[in-house]
Ligand binder design. Structure first.
Ligand SMILES: Nc1ncnc2c1ncn2[C@@H]1O[C@H](COP(=O)(O)OS(=O)(=O)O)[C@@H](OP(=O)(O)O)[C@H]1O
Length: 192
């Protein structure tokens, strides 16, 4: 198991975890898998995967629903953060773990990176003026000394499919108790 093995390498390891609203995370995950899947065949809609019949090749993971959701589908399962977090907290104290808010990493990268620098005890170099915004994707970019933008690759900040509001609501309800467990575990409240 990764936490146990990392602890045996160095018990003082500092761990950085990036989280975002698990509903958005699931849609991002789906966007990534369906972009790969296009090469081998059509991917069912996000709605079918999340709350419907799932996909033939994944049906084993979607045989039972939890609160109406295919909680066994990887894109959903990974967003149940407290289950993953517990495995790390079994081996590392919370002081060794830094949580990065993935949404703020997009909207305010300088602040999120500054907080990470403090956690790592690094010389502070991240400043708001060193970041710009990709004019098309509205995703953060680094500003070179000559003012040119160095933006993230084409798989970052991709367009996500529109998802039926009823499915978004079902997912929000599904994650609500799971998110609360995570907030309590890390003593940090997010607005998801
Ligand atoms: N540096 C930085 N800042 C803000 N957000 C970032 C960053 N790197 C990755 N991401 C977003 O994380 C989502 C998953 O990206 P990954 O690189 O892990 O995976 S992948 O490329 O989709 O396989 C994916 O989210 P979406 O673009 O919203 O789908 C990435 O854009």
């Amino acid at each position: 198991m990764a936490p146990e093995r990392i602890k045996s390498l160095n018990p003082n390891t500092k761990i950085i975890i990036v989280v975002r609203d698990p509903v958005t995370r699931a849609i991002s995950d789906y966007t990534q898998s369906s972009s790969k899947r296009k090469r081998v065949g059509l991917m069912p809609s996000f709605e079918t995967m999340a709350v419907g019949d799932c996909a033939n090749w994944l049906r084993a993971n979607c045989t039972t629903k939890t609160r109406g959701v295919n909680a066994g589908w990887g894109a959903i399962r990974i967003g149940v953060y407290h289950k993953h977090m517990k495995r790390w907290l079994d081996y590392f104290p919370i002081e060794n773990i830094h949580i990065v808010d993935g949404e703020k990493l997009i909207s305010n990268p300088a602040d999120e990176i500054s907080a990470t620098e403090r956690f790592l005890g690094l010389k502070p170099v991240a400043k708001a003026e060193k970041f710009g915004v990709d004019p098309i994707k509205k995703f953060p970019c680094l500003k070179n000394d000559d003012g040119k933008l160095h933006c993230l690759g084409k798989t970052k900040g991709r367009h996500h499919p529109d998802v039926e509001p009823a499915v978004l609501r079902a997912l929000k309800e599904f994650y609500s108790p799971e998110n609360k467990k995570f907030y309590q575990m890390v003593n940090h409240w997010f607005d998801w």
